[in-house]
Design a protein around this ligand. Structure first.
Ligand code: HMG
Length: 390
C-alpha cells in the first residue's frame, strides 16, 4: 500500500519586514542578510496570530468535508506551543470542526516535530488504511531584537494530509535517523526567545546530514544520481546549500546541476518567509513543487529534517501521477501578493507586544488581521480563538 502526502498547504501571517531595511537598521551590509544568509523577507506574526491560529489557517484552506470525515488523528508538531499541558491540536480540531472520534496530540523535538508526525501517521495509516491523518507544523521563531539570530526569525505553518494512495508524494520505506544530546539551540520554559550557539548549530546540522545520508545510502543502495531533488530543513536558505555542497561531488555533473537548480526553487518560499521551524522543510517541498515546472511523476525527492538538540532524519518520496492538481500554487501567490510590509520600527513594536502572564484580561483587535482564524484575546488565562467564517 502506498502511503504519503495527499495534500499540503502553508500559511504565513500578512506582515513582513524587508531584510535590506533590517540590515541597514542593524548597521550590517544588506548583502550579509540577502546573500550570506539568503533571506529577502521575514514574516512577522501580529499578536492575533500564534502557533494555533497559523496551523488552523493552513489546514482550513486545504480540507474538504470528505477529508474532515476521514481524519481521525491530528498530530501537531511545534516548539512554540501555547500551553505546557493541552495540545495545540485540540484547539485546531475545534476550530476546523473535526469529528470527536479523533486522536489528537502535540509532539516536540525542535524543528523535527512535523517529521515525527509524518512517520507516526504512516504507522497509523498502515493499521487503518481508510483513515487520514492531519499533520501540522507551526511556529513563530524568535531570537530577540539585535541578536545574531534575528535575521533568521520567521513565522508560519504547514498542514499535511497523510493518507493511503496519496495524491502528491508516496513515502518510501527506507529512512535513516540519528539522535545525539547537544546544546546547539534550546528554549528553557521560562523564555519566549530561543537560546542558540549559532556556530555549533551550523556545524551539527551539517554533521547530522552527512551521518544520515551515509546511513540512508547503506540501507537503500541508492546514490545521489537517483534523486531529482533534495529538500532541506531551512533555518535560512544558505544552510541547506552548505549541507548539499558537502555531498554534491558524489553525483555526475548533470545531476549536480539539476540538484542545484532544484535546490534554488525549493528555497524561494522560505527566502520570503524565514524560519518557520517545524514547517520549514515542508514549506521548501511546496516551493519546489509549485515553482519547478519540469518535475515529472515518478521523480524521487529526498527530505532532510533537522531539529536542534538534536535529531536528524533523511527519508524519501516518489512524486505521484497528477500531483500538480493537488497543489494550491495560485492561492499561495495571492497570499504572497496580499502581504503588507512593516517598517523596522513597526516590527520592533509588534515583537515587544506580548500577552499578559498574570491572569489579567486582554482583548485584541482582530479586524486589523485579515486571517480567517485569529486569537481574539485572553480571559482567565484562557486563549480565546475566533473563526471569522463561522
Ligand atoms: P552571524 O554569526 O552573525 O553570521 O549569524 P556570520 O558571520 O556567520 O555570517 C553569515 C554568512 O554571511 C557567512 O557565510 C558570511 O561569510 C556571510 P558562510 O561563511 O556561513 O557561508 N557574509 C556576507 N556575505 C555577503 N556579503 C557580506 C557578508 N557578510 C557576511 N557583506 C547565524 C549567522 C546563522 C549563526 C545566526 O543567524 C544564528 O545564530 N541563527 C540561528 C541559528 C540557526 O539558524 N542555525 C542553523 C542550524 S540549526 C537549525 O537549523 C535548527 C533551528 O531551525 C532550530 C530548531 O531545530 O528548532 C535553528
Amino acid at each position: 500500500m502506498k502511503i504519503g502526502i495527499d495534500k499540503m498547504n502553508f500559511y504565513a501571517p500578512h506582515l513582513f519586514v524587508d531584510m535590506n531595511k533590517l540590515a541597514v537598521a542593524r548597521n550590517v551590509d544588506p548583502d550579509k542578510f540577502t546573500i550570506g544568509i539568503g533571506q529577502d523577507k521575514m514574516a512577522i506574526a501580529p499578536i492575533t496570530q500564534d502557533s494555533v491560529t497559523l496551523a488552523a489557517n493552513a489546514a482550513l484552506d486545504m480540507l474538504n468535508e470528505e477529508d474532515k470525515k476521514q481524519i481521525d488523528f491530528v498530530i501537531f508538531g511545534t516548539e512554540t506551543g501555547v500551553d505546557s499541558s493541552k495540545s495545540a491540536g485540540v484547539y485546531v480540531h475545534e476550530l476546523l470542526g473535526l469529528k470527536p472520534q479523533t486522536r489528537t496530540v502535540e509532539v516536540k523535538q525542535a524543528c523535527f516535530g512535523a517529521t515525527a508526525g509524518i512517520q507516526m501517521a504512516k504507522g497509523h495509516i498502515t493499521l487503518n488504511p481508510d483513515s487520514k491523518v492531519l499533520v501540522l507544523g507551526s511556529d513563530i521563531a524568535r531570537y530577540g531584537l539585535n541578536t545574531p539570530g534575528e535575521a533568521t526569525q520567521g513565522a508560519g505553518a504547514v498542514a499535511l494530509l497523510i493518507s493511503a494512495d496519496p495524491g502528491i508524494l508516496a513515502l518510501e520505506d527506507n529512512s535513516a535517523y540519528f539522535t545525539s544530546d547537544i546544546m546547539d539551540f534550546w528554549r528553557p520554559v521560562y523564555s519566549d526567545k530561543a537560546f542558540v550557539d549559532g556556530k555549533l548549530s551550523n556545524e551539527q546540522y551539517i554533521a547530522f546530514f552527512k551521518n544520515v545520508w551515509k546511513a540512508y545510502k547503506g540501507k537503500s543502495g541508492l546514490e545521489l544520481n537517483d534523486f531529482e531533488a533534495i529538500c532541506f530543513h531551512l533555518p535560512y536558505t544558505k544552510m541547506g546549500y552548505k549541507a548539499l555542497k558537502t555531498v554534491l561531488e558524489e553525483a555526475s555533473e548533470e545531476v549536480q546541476e539539476r540538484l542545484l537548480a532544484n535546490y534554488k526553487e525549493s528555497t524561494q518560499y522560505n527566502r520570503n518567509i524565514g524560519n518557520i521551524y517545524t514547517g520549514s522543510l515542508y514549506l521548501s517541498l511546496i516551493s519546489l513543487l509549485e515553482r519547478q515546472t519540469d518535475l515529472e511523476p515518478g521523480a524521487r525527492i529526498g527530505l532532510y529534517s533537522y531539529g536542534s538538540g538534536a535529531v536528524g532524519e533523511f527519508f524519501t518520496g516518489i512524486l505521484q501521477d497528477g500531483f500538480r492538481k493537488q497543489l494550491a500554487t495560485e492561492h499561495h501567490q495571492k497570499l504572497f501578493d496580499a502581504r503588507k510590509e512593516v517598517s523596522v520600527a513597526e516590527y520592533e513594536a509588534i515583537f515587544e507586544k506580548t500577552l499578559p502572564s498574570d491572569g489579567s484580561k486582554m482583548e485584541l483587535d482582530i479586524e486589523e488581521d485579515p486571517s480567517t482564524i485569529c486569537l481574539s484575546g485572553i480571559t482567565e488565562d484562557k486563549r480565546q480563538y475566533v473563526n471569522k467564517a463561522k
